[in-house]
Write a protein that binds this ligand. Structure first.
Ligand code: ATR
Length: 277
């Protein structure tokens, strides 16, 4: 039996076991995927002991993604660009790492709004944490000419701009609605709006009709920012799709089958989110 898991601290709220459990069942695979609470000081040792523990690999969540990146011996470009790993597998006895948040976000965006890239306009990213890094990298890899980053703490946005180079430009947090006017895609990567806490206070009145507004927050599924955008008639992209799609590459590495993000899987997670609300 093949085994994988998700590690984090705490780990109670992770939906990854539901996602991978659904795929294990639908593909009839003799495998398991469990949650393991691992304290930061034990994370490195846990990863080094994956093979001995009979694991094919694991997902890594907050606050262990940077530790996992450091512990890995082989790192995919996605992990190197972000400086953090969320997916670990073993190859020839080596710990290999990827950051599939980029893949998850870009895949969901592409499936929801296939023509998002047709207009040659800048992308506006709100936030400058780890998630922002993964998403900025995705846009640059997709050939976007300019990514604007607005963050409450400007220094973090500047660090991100320095990391990715001249295509990433910092805009003031206070100027985010103004920057939204010219943006083709706007993405919230901050925690604002999670569980309906806080407001991004985005004003889309002057945004072009073709603007796409995405959020990585998925509790609630329709955040305040997405509701404002929808009422303005803009196309919206929710955060759940990123969560579902980021799980695909890991499952394939551990269990040897590339799974599908089906409507049934999505409905199952939506029902669980509603139950928890
Ligand atoms: P992650 O790695 O998941 O992206 P993070 O590194 O903690 O998480 O980043 C959280 C992001 O949400 C940051 O951009 C943070 O802004 P700061 O860099 O200024 O802390 C942003 N954020 C969280 N709460 C916020 C708030 N009340 N107002 C504005 N930005 C907020």
């Amino acid at each position: 039996m093949r085994k994988a898991c998700v590690i984090g601290w705490p780990i109670t709220h992770s939906r990854s076991p539901m996602i991978h459990g659904y795929w294990l069942k639908s593909h009839g695979i003799d495998g398991s995927y469990e949650k393991v609470a691992v304290q930061p000081e034990n994370a490195r040792a846990f990863l080094l002991g994956l093979e001995a523990g009979g694991f094919s690999g694991c997902n890594v969540t907050v606050p262990l993604k940077e530790i996992a990146f450091e512990a890995a011996q082989e790192k995919e470009a996605s992990a190197i660009a972000v400086g953090a790993a969320n997916t670990i597998w073993l190859e020839g006895g080596k710990i290999c790492a990827a950051n599939t948040d980029t893949y998850g976000f870009m895949t969901h965006l592409g499936k929801t709004v296939p023509d998002w890239q047709e207009r040659d306009r800048p992308v506006l990213v709100l936030g400058a944490g780890g998630a922002a890094r993964a998403i900025v990298y995705g846009f640059i890899e997709s050939g976007v000419g300019q990514v604007l980053v607005a963050n409450r703490t400007r220094a973090r946005a500047e660090a991100l701009s320095q990391h990715f180079g001249r295509k990433v430009k910092v805009v003031d947090w206070g100027a985010r609605s103004e920057a939204a006017r010219d943006a083709g895609v706007i993405v919230n990567t901050t925690t604002i709006g999670m569980k309906n806490e806080g407001s991004l206070d985005m004003d889309f009145r002057n945004a072009a009709d073709s603007t796409v507004v995405a959020d990585i927050v998925y509790v609630p599924l329709e955040t305040e920012m997405l509701a404002v955008a929808r009422k303005r008639g803009l196309r919206t992209v929710d955060g759940l799709g990123m969560l579902l799609h980021q799980a695909v590459p890991g499952f394939e590495k551990w269990f040897g089958v590339r799974p599908e993000v089906t409507g049934e899987l999505r409905a199952m997670i939506v029902a669980d989110l509603e139950k928890a609300a």
